[in-house]
Write a protein that binds this ligand. Structure first.
Ligand code: ADP
Ligand code: ZN
Ligand code: ZN
Length: 755
């Protein structure tokens, strides 16, 4: 009798093993390893989806009754290679086999296309609202309701929109309101609320002419040659190219060669770049064979892209992290652009790193992997120097003719000279000049919101989130304090809630505050703000970036997301307003992150015909991360940073196992982690091999409390990955169920974000 082994698609530990089912003759021809089938399961025989991992014959009838496979879900078969990969992931990242298999299929197979609640205000509704707000009294318009309408109009004003549509959740958050209030306003006719299926276009369809191949310069040609000589075998290349050196053109010419061989290509770019011009460049060059995968696609859209890849209707998949699982059958090249980005590591189970998956897949497909960056991860550059990766270098910018100057500005001097504004004298002058010449300006800031925090200058009171132990951020449009970790918000008082003084002051500067200030200084300029608040809508990024590209915006103010990957030719001034902000985070990568950020921002200028000047404002102008970034000297930075890593024993000189606990009660986390610590000591004494681990903590995590849960962490450094895997297993097995109820735990090896 024919039978199959299946993994049931529910992620519980008890079910994370193969089950045997009989394969009825009618399904014989359409079920193979990798098929997704429906099987009756449990007492009620409810149908569950399951992945076929083996197919065979039952030699001997078991002594209990076997059930039959009910049906097969056509179309969603998982390739053998990917089934194997799932098992590899299961082992390497210690996740359930089910959750690993789920990575290989883009959705729950039965998932319906999701709809989302949206709130919108049409042009007519907006006009009515504006008119009624003018009236001193209007039936139904209470103070609170007026505030919300004003906030909607304010958002539209700010973004120069004549109508607005926002996801309900987001609307509530940025308007500082609730669903109920919005419903009331709907009843009054000022707003509309709808259940919408999230649209079906993939967001990169602005029509432009097909892109032409460029004539490579000598450096680019060398890179292309080196990779194309080993297209038929596995190899990992680190392409270190300064910003603007033309990495994308190198990728594209190699892709062309791979397509000519009839093979496919996976291109990973950071999420943020996906909805931007980078993707467009691929589409312009390769047209219909390009697919796109990113998180703003709904399930239906993702599934469609996945199917197209499977059927060979597309040959290039451009996508974020999860696109690494694209079911191409013949991969000829895998590219990871901006390889230093931490988003390539999954922060959820399975906690895989896309680079590790890429290298694993490249072995199965015998193809090269290219990791590209202007600021490679210290670990990657180390591997390149050690010969594990092949180093390719682009030291010159591709477009000559435009100069780039960088100036560091010591903000302490500005203060001494009586300038307390957020703009240094020089930067302000430069902006004015650029505006005169109709050139564009990008101002970069590490925070969103109006100010970092509001505090009392008399007693020191700070608005902190009662759930999260972090200071809350002031949002000017609705005069509320908002917690960026959990969304909790509070109205701002005129006087200090603690001592009653009237010295409540906003400190620091966020994008909104800068926006307001710049608007005041340069009333004629068109100014736009790009941060999480203004881009949550599906096409938020493209709208702003396209407008900037079309020169409809003079000054673009934004967070990290404007620092990356964009290629604008008319930007002559770039300002980093507070380069220190990222230097003071509690993470061993703080210097590296700052170097990356500043380098990327500087790279936004001098990309075309106009000369560029970058201004870096800081209170720590001597920090090596900044001095090297200023000189665009990666190697200089690397050489200093690697000394620090070696001396302090951080990656690449060790692997790190991070244990984070989340608990209702403050003591449970510490108690549990102390137990782990005890266990490790004991373990170490009896085991020579474990002599070289170093334990840090346990301690409160950098952010000690989020969403009402206390966080604690324990770090274990070790020289071998396997050893840490063993420790992880050991710790897992030692957790008794009583503790499990008291706390949750995240265990991660080589995390990219330290808690
Ligand atoms: P990177 O990704 O390395 O920062 P890009 O690929 O964005 O750099 O290239 C920067 C600019 O140089 C782009 O406008 C691109 O069109 C241009 N460019 C790249 N290679 C060449 C070349 N060989 N000849 C002319 N222009 C080039
Ligand atoms: Zn909070
Ligand atoms: Zn006070």
């Amino acid at each position: 009798m024919e039978s199959v082994q299946v993994i049931i698609g529910i992620s519980t530990k008890a079910l994370d093993r193969p089950f045997t089912y009989i394969l009825p003759p009618k399904l014989k021809d359409c079920v193979e390893v990798g098929s997704v089938v429906l099987v009756p399961f449990g007492k009620g025989n409810a149908l569950k989806e399951a992945y076929v991992t083996e197919r065979g014959y039952l030699i001997k009838e078991p002594d209990f009754e076997l059930k039959e496979v009910y049906d097969v879900i056509e179309d969603v078969k998982v390739e053998k290679e990917l089934i194997k990969l799932a098992y590899w992931i299961h082992k390497r990242y210690e996740c359930s086999i089910t959750s690993a298999l789920k990575l290989m299929v883009p959705t729950d197979v039965n998932a319906k296309v999701k709809t989302e609640k949206f709130v919108s205000m049409s042009k007519i509704q907006a006009a009515n609202a504006a008119k009624d707000l003018q009236l001193e009294r209007k039936e139904g318009l209470t103070k609170k309701r007026r505030e919300i309408l004003a906030a909607f109009l304010g958002q539209m004003d700010e973004q120069k929109l004549s109508a607005i549509k926002l996801p309900m959740k987001q609307a509530c958050q940025i308007m500082g309101t609730t669903t109920t209030l919005l419903k009331t306003l709907q009843e009054l006719g000022y707003l509309s609320i709808s259940d919408d299926e999230v649209g079906r276009d993939i967001g990169v369809l602005k029509n432009r002419a097909m892109g032409q191949e460029l004539i490579l310069n000598e450096e680019q040609e060398k890179c292309v040659d080196q990779v194309s000589h080993s297209l038929e075998r596995q190899g990992t290349f680190l392409l270190h190219g300064v910003t603007g050196s033309g990495k994308t053109e190198v990728y594209m010419q190699l892709i062309q060669q791979v397509l000519e061989q009839g093979k496919s290509v996976i291109v990973l770019i950071p999420e943020i770049g996906l909805t931007s011009l980078t993707t467009q460049r691929f589409i312009e060059r390769f047209g219909q064979v390009v697919g796109v995968q990113h998180s703003k696609l709904n399930l239906g859209e993702r599934y469609e892209q996945w199917l197209k890849a499977k059927r060979g209707e597309i040959q290039i998949m451009v996508g974020a992290r999860s696109a690494i699982f694209t079911p191409f059958t013949r991969i000829g090249l895998i590219i990871i652009d901006e390889e230093h980005e931490h988003t390539y590591k999954s922060e959820q189970n399975p906690r895989y790193h896309a680079r590790e998956i890429a290298i694993k897949r490249s072995m199965d497909h015998q193809c090269p992997v290219i990791l590209g960056s202007a600021t490679p991860l210290i670990e990657s550059y180390y591997k390149a120097q050690a010969g594990q990766y092949t180093l390719l270098e682009l030291n010159k910018r591709a477009v000559v003719g435009s100069n780039r100057k960088v100036t560091m500005i010591d903000m302490r001097h500005e203060l001494e000279n009586g300038n307390t504004s957020i703009l240094s004298h020089d930067l302000e002058q430069a902006i004015a000049k650029a505006l005169q010449k109709k050139e564009q300006i990008i101002l970069f800031i590490n925070r969103r919101g109006f100010a970092n925090f509001v505090s009392c200058r008399q007693c020191g009171f700070v608005y902190t989130c009662k759930h999260c132990d972090v200071s809350m951020t002031y949002h000017a449009n609705n005069k509320r304090m908002i917690c960026h970790y959990c969304g909790y918000s509070l109205p701002v008082n005129k006087t200090c809630p603690e001592c009653g003084s009237s010295y409540l002051k906003a400190f620091g500067a966020g994008t909104q505050k800068i926006h307001a200030y710049i608007k005041k200084q340069f009333p004629e300029a068109n100014i736009a703000r790009m941060d999480q608040d203004t881009t949550q809508k599906k096409h938020g990024h493209e709208i702003i970036l396209n407008a900037f590209d079309q020169k409809e915006i003079d000054i673009l103010i934004g967070t990290q997301m404007i620092a990356k990957g964009h290629d604008f030719h008319n930007v002559s001034v770039v300002g980093v307003l507070a380069a220190d902000l990222s230097l003071h985070i509690d993470d061993f990568r703080a210097a590296e992150r700052t170097f990356q950020l500043v380098t990327q921002v500087i790279g936004r200028t001098g990309r075309g015909e106009v000369d560029g000047h970058a201004y870096i404002q800081t209170y720590s102008p001597d920090h090596f991360a900044l001095t090297h970034a200023l000189e665009e000297n990666y190697l200089g930075f690397y050489n200093e940073e690697i000394l620090f890593r070696r001396a302090m024993i951080y990656p690449p000189f060790c692997h790190i196992l991070q244990l984070i606990t989340f608990s209702e009660h403050e003591e449970s986390g510490m108690k549990f982690l102390n137990k782990c610590l005890k266990m490790l000591e004991h373990y170490g004494q009896n085991n020579e091999q474990l002599g070289d681990i170093i334990v840090l903590g346990p301690a409160k995590a950098s952010i000690g409390k989020v969403k009402g849960k206390y966080r604690h962490r324990l770090l274990i450094k070790g020289s071998s990955y396997r050893q840490l895997t063993n420790i992880r297993k050991e710790l897992y097995n030692s957790i008794d169920s009583k503790i499990k109820n008291e706390l949750q735990m995240h265990v991660d090896i080589n995390p990219m974000i330290m808690y």
